[in-house]
Design a protein around this ligand. Structure first.
Ligand code: ZN
Ligand code: ZN
Ligand code: FE
Length: 759
């Protein structure tokens, strides 16, 4: 048989996933000799074998790759024939082109779980058990390439046994960088709030379980930060946690022991089970069996955020308890999650009773991801642990771009080598600590990905701290591009759907709380015609006063009055009389403040008007409660009016509110809430039809935080599709402001001549 020698470059997520041992196994199987190495480009092979075997070998690489590997490209070149005596793994080398992937954090795998429950195994009851197929990655990597000395495990010298595993190509822990055991790795401790050591090592889980069972609140060091954990069945302790965290109603995520336990509280379809047990293991919003189950965790809601254990600690904890636990990010109000040991006792001294800590550093914070299943596919609301910083291959451009993101639910994004990398969830940048964490994360990404931007993209809102301080975030002059908030929302949905055609036009519907509009008003109920180069505003909800400015977010009843004022002027007092009504009506009479076209504010106003949420305790609460009030058998909708004004379709409020007021005492709240949602979906359809007629465009993009509303989203898709529209929605990039940075980056990729990718 004829033999030849090949050089093969494999690009993608091929390091830290057991790729070289996998190659080694295949080489043995097909009797191929040569060498394999990690490079800063990916994996490099130089191999000699029979021609037919080489072909099978290459197919097997593609088809049988390790679970966490992603192959983006295999480049094969024949080279001068060379005889090799064997197949071996050789030392990593650098080609000078750093282009590596950083793996997201991975849930502990089944093989490792088996070991921690096996009394004869040396990792029995060891919380930090990992292997090549599982464990933390993004939160332990300080720099690339992914070698042990570049991770926080450089502090731990492997014992003989661990080293043998690490060096044995047949072992599941071959080159597993965080490899360790109870003898040589990190140790776990349980302290009380005065830093007195209670127990350590194997005794921690049982003790922690007892404390949780007896109503204590425990801070637990996880993968990307601390959690606060307590008994979800104990309403009193959940209330106490709310009091201490100053978080009155915002739902808490609940960790379930397993699918079986979860099914005692929520309905799960096959897709939801698949996602809950995936290695990303996000929090998933699932429908409760009954609305009042685990009431304190999710007051007034039909849905509960549930997730399953994903670290050794949580599996071991559930060996000793048999009830669900509240498991929420350890932070104060909405600040960034705490992940530094030195801060934990100080910052949580009034919140946690006990602390579970291990002596291994977390490089960077990374919250739990949150999503839901919509039309049988995932729909992420927060893209973080398990998903970030996975890259999204998108377009070919040589520029390096930094998208600063929005202010709330912030993520930023970098673009380099044809890939967009979204940061983990950072949060609301309004607080000092969170903004500090944002700057820290940007610097970390610059270092980790060897990145520096040529272009920096910002939101047009002049008061966003990241927009304001963009020059401080980087230390040299770069090109700056501002982009309108809702346009960025819509573009982020195109990234999510991998739409490459720059000129292709879409109907864009961007509904959210607020974003800065180019006319100086606050936009948020927008209908656009757009492509990747430009947008045209084609319609919007009518402008409405926000009496008290930002205060309307916390006090949605002010918005209710504002809509009523449009209809009845001072007579509005007849329909909505509160202590402050006259005062607000006075403000409205001489209104000089800012106007908004926000769809989010409309949901707020209706929610307050129905008495469902008069004052909001967290962002989005009025709309969420309104959605949760819906009587799903409602088919009717309200009357409304669309006016053509200055070339825009304007959704008017007068007729809509007149109809709501007419029915408010005649129908149930559930029916009115249902009718209202049906009306909004109908407005979406109605204007889409007008725009299709006018522009000949048939594809509709739905983006913005309002589309976290499951009922509205599904209803809109349903009726648009019935009317032969093609509908694009979000999946892996959040529809809310957490996706803005991806849209910003996409826009800037068009700001230059395109180049053809070279390998
Ligand atoms: Zn494992
Ligand atoms: Zn060891
Ligand atoms: Fe937004």
């Amino acid at each position: 048989m004829r033999k030849k020698t090949l050089e093969i470059h494999i690009k993608g997520r091929v390091q830290g996933v057991g790729f070289r041992p996998f190659i080694n196994r295949l080489a043995e199987k097909f009797n191929i000799k040569g060498e394999v190495a990690n490079t800063d480009y990916g994996v490099f092979l130089k191999i000699t074998g029979d021609i037919s075997h080489l072909e099978k070998f290459i197919n097997a690489i593609k088809n049988e790759k390790p679970p966490l590997a992603i192959i983006e490209k295999i480049n094969i070149k024949e080279t001068e024939y060379k005889e090799y005596p064997a197949f071996e793994i050789i030392k990593s080398f650098k080609t000078g082109k750093l282009e590596l992937e950083v793996l997201p954090d991975v849930a502990i795998c089944n093989e490792c779980i088996k070991e921690i429950f096996d009394p004869s195994n040396r990792r029995y009851f060891y919380f930090s058990t990992t292997c090549i197929n599982c464990g933390p990655r993004f939160t332990i990597i300080e720099s690339l390439p992914y070698d042990r000395e570049n991770t926080v495990f450089n502090q731990f010298k492997m014992c003989k046994k661990c080293e043998n595993e690490y060096n044995n190509i047949k072992d599941r822990r071959y080159h597993s960088q965080p490899n360790c055991c109870p003898e040589c790795g990190p140790q776990i401790f349980l302290y009380d709030k005065n830093k007195n050591l209670i127990v350590k090592g194997k005794d921690v889980y049982k003790k922690a379980g007892e404390l949780i069972e007896t109503g204590k609140i425990i801070a637990v060091k996880g993968i990307g930060g601390y959690h606060l954990v307590c008994n979800a069945l104990n309403n009193q302790v959940v209330k106490e946690l709310r009091r201490r965290k100053k978080r009155s109603n915002k739902p808490f995520a609940v960790m379930m022991k397993d699918i079986e336990m979860a099914e005692k509280y929520v309905f799960l379809n096959e897709k939801e089970k698949e996602i809950l047990t995936s290695w990303q293991r996000p929090v998933l919003l699932c429908k409760k069996l009954k609305k009042d189950l685990l009431k304190e965790t999710s007051p007034g809601l039909n849905y509960l955020g549930v997730f399953l254990p994903y670290t050794g600690f949580y599996f071991l904890l559930f060996k000793f308890i048999d009830f669900p636990v509240v498991c929420t990010s350890a932070n104060i109000s909405d600040e960034v999650v705490i992940y530094k040991d030195e801060e934990i006792f100080q910052k949580l001294k009034d919140i946690a009773d006990y602390f579970v800590i291990y002596n291994r550093r977390i490089v960077i914070h990374n919250d739990d991801s949150v999503g839901m299943v919509v039309k049988n596919k995932i729909y992420l609301i927060r893209r973080s642990r398990g998903y970030a910083p996975e890259s999204i291959k998108f377009r070919y451009s040589k520029k390096k771009i930094l998208g600063l993101g929005a202010l709330q639910k912030n993520t930023f994004a970098i673009y380099k080598n044809n890939k967009i990398i979204l940061s983990q969830h950072i949060g609301d940048l309004k607080t000092v600590d969170t903004f500090k964490a944002y700057k820290n994360a940007i610097n970390h990404f610059f270092k980790l990905f060897d990145f520096y931007p040529d272009i920096i993209v910002y939101d047009l809102h002049p008061e966003y701290v990241n927009t304001k301080y963009r020059k401080e975030l980087i230390d040299k002059e770069v090109e700056e591009i501002g982009i309108q908030h809702h346009y960025a929302h819509l573009l982020s949905c195109l990234v999510d759907n991998k739409i490459m055609e720059k000129e292709k036009k879409f109907i864009g519907i961007a509904f959210d709380g607020t974003g800065y509009g180019i006319d100086g008003n606050l936009w948020g109920g927008e209908f656009f015609i757009f492509n990747q180069r430009e947008f045209k505003r084609a319609g919007h909800f009518d402008y409405i006063a926000m009496p008290g400015g930002e205060m309307v977010i916390k006090q949605p009843w002010r918005m209710a009055l504002s809509y009523l004022y449009k209809l009845y002027k001072k007579e509005a007092i007849k329909f909505f009389n509160r202590k402050e009504t006259e005062f607000i009506l006075k403000i409205l009479e001489n209104y000089k403040g800012i106007y908004t076209s926000s769809a989010g504010r409309l949901f707020d106003g209706v929610s307050a008007l129905l008495g469902i949420c008069i004052n909001a305790s967290y962002e989005g609460e009025p709309a969420i409660l309104l959605e949760n009030t819906i009587d799903i058998n409602t088919c009717n909708k309200f009357e409304y009016e669309i006016e053509e004004r200055n070339g825009y379709y304007i959704v008017k409020y007068e007729k809509l509110f007149a109809h709501i007021l007419d029915l408010i005492n005649k129908k149930s709240k559930g029916e009115i809430a249902g009718m209202f949602h049906n009306t909004i979906a109908d407005i979406i359809l109605n204007i889409s039809k007008k725009l299709r007629e006018e522009y000949g465009i048939n594809e509709v993009v739905l983006s913005g935080g309002v589309f976290q509303n499951r009922y509205l989203l599904e209803k809109s898709i349903e009726i648009l599709e019935q009317n032969k529209f093609k509908v694009l929605i979000h999946r892996y990039i959040p529809a809310n402001d957490g996706g803005i940075s991806a849209g910003q980056v996409l826009y800037a990729t068009n700001k230059e001549k395109q180049s053809i990718e070279k390998f």
